[in-house]
Structure formats: C-alpha cells, structure tokens
Design a protein around this ligand. Structure first.
Ligand code: NAP
Length: 285
C-alpha cells in the first residue's frame, strides 16, 4: 500500500509494544483489501497517555488498540463504551468518531470466535478457567453473555476469582459461576465436570515454559476441549498433556487473530482476511 495524503492512522498504545504482532496483522489486512490505513505502534505509558490520546484525536486517527498497562488507564478518556467493555472494566480497542472516543473489548469475543472456528460452541457448556487476571475477566463476561451454563474460576489469589464471580452473578445471573482456590485437590473434580478447560495464567510462557497448572494427563478425557491463551510457545505443557489424552487442544494464536479481526471490523466495517493474516503472522502454526 502506498501512503498518501489521505492515509488514516490506526495506532497501538502500550509499554512494551516492540514485540507486538498487531502491526503485521493489520497492515497485511489493510494492504490485501486496498484500505488506505496504516497501523503503527507507539510506546506509551500511563504518564504519557493524556498526550498520546490528545495527539491521536488531533491527528484524526481512525482509532487505536490499548495493551498493557493501559487497558484500564484509558477508561477516563472515553466518551462511551460497549456494554461488555463497561462490564469487564477494560478496553483494548478504541474508535475515534467525530472526536469522540468509544471503547470496546474484543478479547472475549476473539476467544469465542476462535472456539467457534474449531467447531466448539459455548452455549450451554461448563467451563473451567484457571487464572483470574485481566484476560480471564474479559473471557468470563463474554462466555456468560454468550450463554455458557456454568463457569468455575480457579485462581492462586482467591479474592480475584471471587471478584469475577460477583461481577457475573450480579450482571448475568443465568450463568452459574463459582470461584475456587487453585490447587490440585480442588481442580480434580472440576476437570471431570468441565466441557472446556482453559489456562489464562502465564504458566507455560517464558520464563515458565516447563510449568503447568496440572501435573499430568491422568484427569483428562478425549471429550474435553483444552485451550491455552499462550501462543508463544505454540504448544505449552498444558496443550501437550491435552494431546497426550486425545483432547482438542487450542493455543492462543487464534484468539489473538480474532480479537484483532473484531477490532479491524470496528474500525473499517470490513472482515479481516484472517487465514491470509494467520499465514503471515504464524507461518508455522
Ligand atoms: P494478568 O492480569 O497479569 O493475570 C495473570 C494470571 O496468572 C493471574 O490470575 C495470576 O494469578 C496467574 N499467575 C501468574 N503466575 C502464576 C503462578 N506462578 N501460579 C499460578 N498462577 C499464576 O495477565 P492477563 O492479561 O490476564 O494475561 C494472562 C495470559 O494470557 C498471558 O499469558 C497473556 O500473554 C495471555 N493473553 C493472551 C491473549 C491472546 O490473544 N491470545 C490475550 C490476552 C492475554 P494471581 O491473581 O494469583 O496473581
């Protein structure tokens, strides 16, 4: 794509951003569809956020993504939010419409879209989620909104899991939700009851590549769908154990692609060519 006087900017704000795959994803899609946008990453911390937002607004940017540590820090700058983002309390995608900033959260929808892409529907299912950080919060809200029958959240710090439990129980009472302490004793019966078992902790990612929330595959069964939000490495110990037990094993690369595709649609109104982008960004996947 040639940059012209009409090219619109879409940005990524966060710190760090140098490792981000989002510029490759979005610029590949803009070029393929002939859309006159360019996506650039700008390292920006909380102290720099007011100036960064003012600059993007003044420069008529189309919008931006927010990543760590800005997903909550951006909230006071927004003029409006999608209902799900408001409930989750964090935003990863912003559009700028006539100078007004509208916030969205596409992490949960990206996760569910990827499950759908693997032939897994969440409506009526029982889901066991390990971890209760920012990503887990987005996933739980979207899973509950999309009709999951039951969510069990297991976390090292029980209070964080309880906070998500209270949020779901008060806003989406049709979904049964429980918070438990992360321990092998507590997990075992929950694994037996779950349809989908998801790791949202950093266990399995550098520098914890050999770590896993379960010790072995003895509690797993082939009908279980196991997903890990981690995408580097592409196959964590969690997913290796899943494969060993004959489970469906899904890593975080699809979630990353689909959360980006959702943001792309919000900015451009068009569908991202996801398979083409996948080949470019994850050639070995
Ligand atoms: P976060 O807010 O920092 O939460 C981290 C979670 O991991 C917390 O629940 C924490 O438990 C738990 N944890 C960390 N170290 C642990 C340990 N040694 N033992 C047990 N639990 C541990 O992070 P996040 O934003 O939710 O991200 C979580 C993961 O998802 C990261 O690996 C991130 O890269 C990945 N992610 C992937 C995508 C994607 O598109 N694929 C999108 C977002 C995030 P405590 O609460 O007890 O500290």
């Amino acid at each position: 794509m040639e940059i012209t006087g009409e090219t619109r900017l879409v940005a990524l704000l966060g710190d760090p951003v140098g490792h981000s795959l989002s510029p490759r994803m979005h610029n590949t899609a803009f070029a393929h569809l002939g859309l006159n946008y360019v996506y650039l990453a700008f390292r920006s911390n909380e102290a720099e956020l007011p100036a960064a937002v003012a600059a993007l607004r003044a420069l008529n940017a189309k919008g931006f993504n927010c990543t760590m540590p800005l997903k909550k820090a951006i909230l006071p700058f927004l003029d409006d939010m999608s209902p799900a983002a408001r409930m989750i309390g964090s935003v990863n995608t912003v559009t700028i419409e006539d100078g007004r900033l509208i916030g969205h959260n596409t992490d949960g929808t990206g996760f569910i879209h990827d499950l759908h892409n693997h032939g897994v529907e969440v409506k009526g299912t029982r889901i066991l989620i390990v971890g209760a950080g920012g990503a887990a919060r987005g996933l739980c809200v979207q899973l509950a909104l999309d009709g999951a029958a039951e969510i069990v959240i297991a976390n090292r710090s029980l209070e964080k899991a309880q906070s998500i439990r209270r949020l779901i129980a008060s806003h989406i009472p049709a979904c049964k939700v429980e918070a438990i302490q992360l321990s092998q004793g507590e997990l075992a019966p929950r694994i037996a009851e779950a349809d989908i078992f998801t790791n949202t902790t950093a266990l399995g990612m550098h520098p914890h590549e050999e770590a896993c929330v379960i010790p072995d595959s003895s509690l797993l069964r082939p009908s279980l769908v196991m997903t890990d939000l981690i995408y580097i490495p592409g196959k964590t110990v969690f997913l290796k154990l899943a494969e060993e037990a004959g489970c469906t094993a899904i890593n975080g690369s699809g979630m990353l692609l689909w959360q980006g595709a959702e943001a792309f649609r919000i900015w451009t109104g068009q569908d991202m060519p996801v398979e083409l982008v996948r080949k470019k960004v994850f050639p070995d996947n």
